[in-house]
Write a protein that binds this ligand. Structure first.
Ligand SMILES: NC(=O)c1ccc[n+]([C@@H]2O[C@H](COP(=O)([O-])OP(=O)(O)OC[C@H]3O[C@@H](n4cnc5c(N)ncnc54)[C@H](OP(=O)(O)O)[C@@H]3O)[C@@H](O)[C@H]2O)c1
Length: 403
């Protein structure tokens, strides 16, 4: 039994709160804090309509370490689940350090003024978390998160060495809007407009961003979703898997995008609406991408009319008992079913459910440690079991060649 403080009342925060409430054996006291208290109130009401759990809500600006420390001292949770934005990671980690409370998130820290994705800032907390005797679990969403656990599981049970990993993220769903992003628009657009990067034979190789000439893409035949154009992207789990999966020769991340999405993004980029530097508008400083976020649909509002499925997983090749082999481990998730269960679309669901599972394993003591850890450093077995029980069942099939 444990007490959690969930920070962030967006699409993912809503799913984490619902799923914690549905796992009352583990989460007996659930607190939700966010910048806009009204959003916490909406989730509180939704959960009340669906479960017996009661959620306590708080206003919090998690950029402010003092305010966060004060809330942590007031609530005294066993664990903080950070599903606000990557900008808040370090301030929340600072507050956890000061109060001696375990920390978990789903996305690595990013500074606001540079779209830069690396674990260094958070890995630098390792010694301080260790000395304090507390744990930080980084990236407990789907990708990063489940994709890291799929890699660790394959290495534990099916390979002596994994040589290649291709993570394939397909959203074959439709939300019916002309253009929208499935998680926070600002974070999402910063991620997909950067140069692509993959790791091969000991070095990082950079290729053009998805909307530029020369972007690398290919057609993959996904289970259930069929053939979809998949684009090479940089994604944060590549960095930790390169560090933790010894013997890896190549790792890449692919994501599907429709022509409609790419056309909209290209136009927005060309007219300067994806910029992250402030511009002066009638004497006011406005950051174009933040203004764009304000006019795009909220990810949490997309669920109602979303149809179709997501298919996310890893194709891995390597050697077992002297023989070359390949495996594909993946999950198929249905947008409409997610909405029926927790009022959310599948991108929020596939992130929020693994966040709840990570929290459950920490609170039950099945996952523990002192310091800062990525998901693949933990025993994958209890997590893989929970995925099957909590709405994200996985499948595995032979895939006897690399991509
Ligand atoms: N690993 C994965 O698979 C994966 C996949 C998708 C998303 N993610 C991550 O999940 C996180 C949440 O995504 P989302 O789609 O739920 O985004 P979202 O809908 O935009 O929600 C973000 C929430 O954080 C709150 N927030 C922002 N700044 C805050 C602050 N300073 N203090 C307190 N609360 C603050 C927002 O409050 P307001 O309502 O006031 O703005 C909002 O409620 C992001 O970090 C995203 O990168 C991970």
């Amino acid at each position: 039994m444990g007490k959690v403080l969930i920070i962030g009342a967006g699409g993912v925060g809503g799913v984490v709160t619902h799923k914690c409430a549905m796992n009352g054996d583990t989460f007996n006291d659930i607190h939700l804090a966010s910048r806009t208290i009204e959003k916490c109130g909406i989730i509180q009401k939704q959960v009340k309509n669906k479960t017996k759990a009661r959620i306590t809500i708080h206003t919090l600006d998690a950029d402010n370490v003092r305010e966060t420390v004060s809330l942590l001292n007031h609530v005294k949770p066993d664990l903080v689940i950070n599903v606000a934005l990557p900008y808040q990671d370090l301030s929340i980690m600072d507050a956890c350090l000061e109060t001696g409370i375990d920390y978990m998130d789903t996305a690595n820290y990013e500074p606001r003024d540079v779209a830069k994705f690396e674990y260094k800032w958070q890995w630098d907390y390792h010694d301080r978390f260790k000395q304090k005797g507390i744990m930080a679990l980084l990236g407990s969403g789907f990708d990063p998160g489940v994709t890291n656990v799929f890699s660790a599981y394959a290495l534990k049970h099916h390979f002596d060495v994994i040589k290649t990993i291709d993570i394939l993220d397909c959203n074959a769903g439709s939300h019916g809007k002309a253009f929208a992003t499935n998680f926070n628009p600002e974070i999402n657009i910063r991620e997909v407009t950067q140069a692509a990067r993959h790791w091969e034979k000991g070095q990082w190789i950079e290729t053009p961003p998805i909307i530029e000439e020369g972007a690398v893409h290919f057609t993959f035949d996904y289970p259930v979703a069929g053939k979809q154009e998949s684009y090479l992207l940089y994604h944060e789990e590549l960095e930790s898997l390169v560090k933790n999966i010894k013997g890896l020769e190549r790792i890449r991340f692919w994501m599907t995008f429709s022509d409609n999405y790419l056309t909209h993004l290209k136009v927005l980029q060309n007219v300067g609406m994806t910029g992250i530097k402030p511009v002066n508008y009638k004497g006011m400083e406005i950051v174009p991408i933040q203004f764009l976020k304000a006019v795009l649909p909220e990810p949490s509002s997309l669920g109602k009319n979303y149809t179709g499925k997501t298919v996310i997983g890893n194709v891995m090749t390597g050697v077992k008992d002297g023989k070359e082999k390949g495996l594909y481990i993946f999950n198929v998730c249905d947008h409409a079913e997610c909405f029926r269960e927790v009022n959310a679309q599948a991108i929020s669901y596939t992130t929020g459910v693994p966040a709840m599972i990570g929290a459950k394993l920490i609170l039950s003591g099945k996952w523990n440690g002192k310091g800062v850890f990525n998901m693949e450093e933990m025993d994958p077995d209890p997590f893989m079991d929970e995925l099957n029980k909590q709405g994200l069942p996985w499948q595995m099939k032979d895939f006897p060649h690399s991509l």
